[in-house]
Design a protein around this ligand. Structure first.
Ligand code: KIV
Length: 288
């Protein structure tokens, strides 16, 4: 008798799959750990306002980052450096209000945690209490371990961020990090140290894919890549890059899935032409 092939199942078919599963409650950091154990890959996006966040939440994106990339993508700055904790608290609260399921992670902004664990705790507590986020992210390896330990001790989940850390643009520039044996070794050691300090996940930005793959294998916590190749547990993109909203040049590691800038510009022009031509408002838009 001919043997029928076994049904093909993958981690993404699991009922608890972070993307595509049947869960409706808010995603927690424990869910991310379980996904790593199942070998499930998952997507993360940035969000900076309630309406956009609701679109991504309805699309099933399980983790949204209120990134300090809001400096470049939302607030009109050239870097993430000028973003304040006030900006972060206000926009994180909006993203929380716009979502029902996604885990919301907020960035600790430049200058809001570098002084040490006490300052980090004060800043993170504000984001958790006032904005309602489920976790915070901070940049740096060994230099941020004391802050990570203090937050985790206080019950605040911490996502670490290494490789290219944009808050250090004035010292690092925007260059691939972790190239060469010594730099790669330092990055692996930093990643392990963050895990030991209690971080629940690690973002690796702009590092060689071989190094990201090694770190992903070495860590028990999920590793989220951006410009770090295909072998990390998850991927994150800045939403304005992903959806074609960013003007000008976007990084090579970004894939553009829509052309929102053109679509929105065309809508604005069509509206303007209707107004100038007297075609808007028409009778159906008018009250008597
Ligand atoms: O601020 C941000 O958007 C980030 C991502 C690039 C990971 O930190």
């Amino acid at each position: 008798m001919t043997q029928l092939p076994a049904a093909q199942t993958s981690a993404a078919d699991h009922p608890k799959a972070l993307y595509g599963g049947s869960g409706t409650r808010r995603v927690t950091v424990r869910d991310l750990g379980a996904a790593k154990e199942r070998g499930e890959k998952w997507p993360m996006l940035t969000a900076y306002d309630a309406m956009t966040a609701s679109v991504f939440d309805e699309a099933g994106i399980p983790v949204l980052l209120v990134g300090d990339s809001m400096g470049n993508c939302h607030l009109g700055y050239d870097t993430t450096v000028p973003v304040t904790l006030d900006h972060m608290a206000m926009l994180s609260a909006a993203v929380v209000r716009g979502t029902r399921r996604a885990l919301i992670v907020a960035d600790l902004t430049f200058g809001s945690y570098q002084e040490g664990p006490v300052q980090a705790l004060r800043s993170a507590t504000r984001l958790v209490k006032e904005a309602g986020v489920g976790a915070v992210k901070l940049e740096g390896g060994k230099r941020s371990l004391a802050q990570t330990e203090a937050l985790v001790e206080a019950g605040i989940p911490v996502m670490a961020h290494m490789g290219l850390t944009p808050q250090s643009v004035h010292t690092l520039g925007y260059r691939v990090q972790g190239r060469g044996d010594e730099a790669a070794h330092r990055l692996v050691q930093d990643a392990k140290a963050a895990q030991d300090a209690g971080a629940f996940a690690l973002v690796l930005e702009l590092v060689p894919s071989e190094v990201a793959a090694e770190i992903t294998r070495a860590l028990e916590i999920p590793v989220i890549g951006i410009g770090a190749g295909p072998d990390t547990d998850a991927q994150v993109l800045v939403w304005t890059d992903m959806a074609g909203m960013t003007g000008g040049k976007v990084p090579r590691f970004t894939k553009q899935y829509a052309d929102l800038r053109r679509t929105l510009g065309d809508a604005a022009k069509a509206y303007a032409q209707d107004v100038v031509g007297g075609e808007f408002p028409a009778e159906e838009h008018t009250f008597h």
